[in-house]
Ligand binder design. Structure first.
Ligand code: ADP
Ligand code: ADP
Length: 227
């Protein structure tokens, strides 16, 4: 089944009286359980594509469909539980690891039942729960950020350069973790990365975005075939 569909989506920003066309007629389809790697130069509109999937932004023209429903028809809180997002550098709030991990539940007026389960899943030891989140290493923070996203058991994950701030070992481990989440939970993933070899390793399909357009979209194996 189709999890995400972009139909001729355009998006403009007003930047000091000047209209900037960030996305110019983007169309694309993502099936359940697929990983789409999105590559392209900085400023080409990759993050904007992700932002349309959880209503951080709304399209000016065209439509975005999530699980067969126009994104505008979703209740925003429900949508954001279904569609998790994780960024580069994994921004953390002040407070302990446990407080950060349980944030999605606390926002719903609930408590997190089994924090240890999530720590274990992402390869963090439970003794870290009481530490200040800002004391964690970059790799640990990125894992915590993924764990926090998983607390809502999202069907869709939006990943924006989640490994680019990490050393190569941590980057590799976080990449493996994401692939495991995809395998075990059938999570559909839109994965923005500037790392072409990563895009090739992890993708089922790959989209190349240049100046607000998907200029090339293909199954990843085909995409990276050298002519
Ligand atoms: P990246 O290339 O990693 O996406 P950017 O530096 O382009 O990062 O943008 C970082 C953040 O700042 C993004 O969330 C983007 O939406 C926002 N941003 C980028 N350019 C502008 C701008 N001209 N005005 C306001 N916000 C911007
Ligand atoms: P990418 O993720 O490919 O680096 P973005 O989607 O972050 O690209 O940004 C695409 C373009 O939109 C950039 O030129 C950026 O400066 C501009 N932009 C992003 N967010 C904003 C914003 N909030 N206000 C104005 N311009 C923005």
């Amino acid at each position: 089944t189709t999890e995400i569909e972009f139909i001729n989506v355009s998006k403009t920003y007003l930047n000091q009286q000047e209209v900037v066309n960030v996305l110019k007629g983007v169309s694309g389809k993502v099936e359940k359980g697929e990983i789409v790697t999105i590559i392209g130069p900085s400023g080409s509109g990759k993050s904007t594509i992700l932002s349309l999937c959880n209503l951080l932004l709304t399209p000016d023209e065209g439509e975005v469909w999530i699980q067969g429903k126009d994104v505008g028809d979703w209740d925003i809180q429900t949508l954001r539980r279904q569609v998790g997002i994780a960024f580069q550098g994994a921004p953390m709030l002040t407070g302990t690891v446990q407080e950060n991990l349980s944030l999605p539940k606390r926002l719903q007026g609930k408590t997190l039942e089994n924090p240890k389960k999530y720590m274990e899943y992402v390869g963090l030891t439970e003794d870290l729960l009481l530490r200040q989140a800002k004391e964690l290493s970059g790799g640990q923070r990125q894992r915590l950020s993924l764990a926090r996203t998983l607390v809502n058991d999202p069907a869709i994950l939006l990943l924006d350069e989640v490994t680019s701030a990490l050393d190569s070992l941590s980057a590799h481990e976080v990449e493996e973790l994401i692939l495991r989440i995809n395998r075990e939970r059938q999570t559909t993933i839109l994965w923005v990365t500037h790392d072409q070899s990563q895009a090739e390793r992890v993708g089922d399909q790959t989209w190349l975005v240049i100046e607000g357009r998907i200029v090339e979209a293909a199954p990843t194996k085909q995409f990276f075939v050298k002519p």
